[in-house]
Each structure stands twice: as C-alpha cells, then as structure tokens.
Design a protein around this ligand. Structure first.
Ligand SMILES: CC(C)(COP(=O)(O)OP(=O)(O)OC[C@H]1O[C@@H](n2cnc3c(N)ncnc32)[C@H](O)[C@@H]1OP(=O)(O)O)[C@@H](O)C(=O)NCCC(=O)NCCS
Length: 200
C-alpha cells in the first residue's frame, strides 16, 4: 500500500532514508554527524508541521514503512520562514549548518510548471529487489498524470547503477549530466544525471 506521509511517519521515514543514503548523510553532516543530521531533519519537520510533508509518500507492508518516495511540484513550494535554519543551528551548530546547507544546495533544482520532481526513492534493505520501488514509481507516475503534469524529472548519481536501471526500465532517459568537484566534496559523487520521463 502506498499513501501520503503523515506526521507519525516522520521518524521511521527519515531513519529509512538516513540508512539508504548513508554516504550522502555522511557527506552532508560529517563522519560523526549523521545522527545529529537526522535529528535536525526530524526537528525541521516537526517545526514546519504537515506542510513539510507535501508530496511525500510511503509504502507500507504489514503496517511497517518499507519505502519512501517524494514528488514535488511547483505549486507545493512553501516558505519555511527560516525554520530549517533554526532547526539545523540547534542540532548542528554554525559550521555544521553551513556545511549541510551547502551540501543540500548542490543539487538545487528549479521545478518546471509541467514537472513532477522525484526525490527520496528508497526501500528497506531486507525487502529490495521485490518490485517495491517499481510500484512506488508507477504510483507517482499515475499521480503526476492525474495532476496534469507533462513530465517527471529526477537526479541520480552517475554511479548508482541499480537506481539508473530502475529508471531506465520505466522509460526515463538521461537529459544532462552535472559535473562538479563540489558535488564530490559535499555529495561523494562528482557526476549527477538528470533523467526525465514524458507523460503522454
Ligand atoms: C534503488 C532502490 C530504490 C531499488 O529498490 P527495489 O525495491 O529493490 O527495486 P525493484 O525491486 O523495484 O527493482 C526494479 C528494477 O530496478 C533495477 N534494480 C533494482 N535493484 C537492482 C540491483 N541491485 N541490481 C541491478 N538492478 C537493480 C532492476 O532493473 C529491477 O528490475 P528487475 O528486478 O526485474 O531486474 C533500492 O536499491 C534503494 O533503496 N537503494 C538505496 C537508495 C537509492 O539509491 N535510491 C535511489 C536514489 S536516486
């Protein structure tokens, strides 16, 4: 079952993502900072409330959260009024906040009017290769169609062959590659591919 995320999902959802994206968490928050980074993200969601969950979905199996996926659209942009910075400063201190904000800004993407922008695709390790990611992606593709969007877009690190194979299977194709040494410093991967899928 796939459904929009709720406030009670925040802890298990972010824990799942911190494990699935452990290398990115380490890059953004430092070798010993991943736990504090997770706490900062949890705090951010609690400060912002339900608005922060716009576009986020979870996959459930026997009431357990086994997958996450987010689709953001231009209509969902919210002004956080500085709450993210406040939460980060409290958990990470000044330098930790600067580092994390810099890391997050590396893949900043301006979502097009006709675009559904996908992030946070992750599945728990013990249930991988059973079609959960495919099911979540197809759910989101249908949602985007119903919302009248013309395309889907996402970034994937060029070395993430599993995820690239997943997106290829669904009909996504590479549009451009962003190459930056800052990506290597802040995200542990120099090359990131922007892939799109046209909704017919
Ligand atoms: C990538 C990820 C989301 C795939 O989830 P999953 O539920 O295991 O994927 P599925 O079972 O739906 O697999 C669908 C297709 O993706 C590809 N794929 C998935 N895992 C793969 C692997 N380990 N090796 C090769 N191809 C793989 C295959 O084409 C697969 O189809 P097949 O099983 O019929 O060959 C999961 O491995 C994950 O959470 N990884 C860590 C987080 C991450 O990298 N997310 C992507 C961010 S862009």
């Amino acid at each position: 079952m796939i459904r929009p995320a709720q406030m009670a999902d925040i802890d298990p959802m972010l824990t799942l993502q911190s494990e699935a994206f452990a290398d990115k968490f380490t890059a953004a928050f430092g070798r010993h900072g991943a736990a504090r980074g997770l706490a900062a993200l949890v705090r951010t969601h609690h400060l912002q409330g339900p608005a922060s969950l716009q576009g986020m979905h979870v996959a459930l199996a026997q009431k357990r959260i086994v997958g996450t996926i987010t689709m953001r659209t231009v209509e969902m942009r919210i002004d956080d009024g500085g709450l993210v910075e406040q939460a980060f400063m409290r958990e990470l201190g000044t330098w930790g906040t600067i580092r994390a904000m810099r890391a997050f800004s590396q893949l900043e993407h301006y979502i097009g009017r006709d675009e559904g922008y996908i992030t946070d695709v992750a599945v728990v390790p013990d249930l991988r290769r059973q079609g959960i990611a495919l099911t979540m992606m197809r759910y989101i593709m249908q949602l985007a169609r119903e919302m009248g969007k013309g395309r889907l877009g996402l970034y994937v690190s060029a070395s993430n062959t599993k995820a690239i194979a997943l997106y290829y299977t669904l009909g996504f194709r590479e549009q451009l590659v962003r190459r930056s040494w800052w990506n290597a410093v802040f995200l542990r991967e120099r090359r990131w591919m922007y892939m799109t899928y046209p909704i017919l």
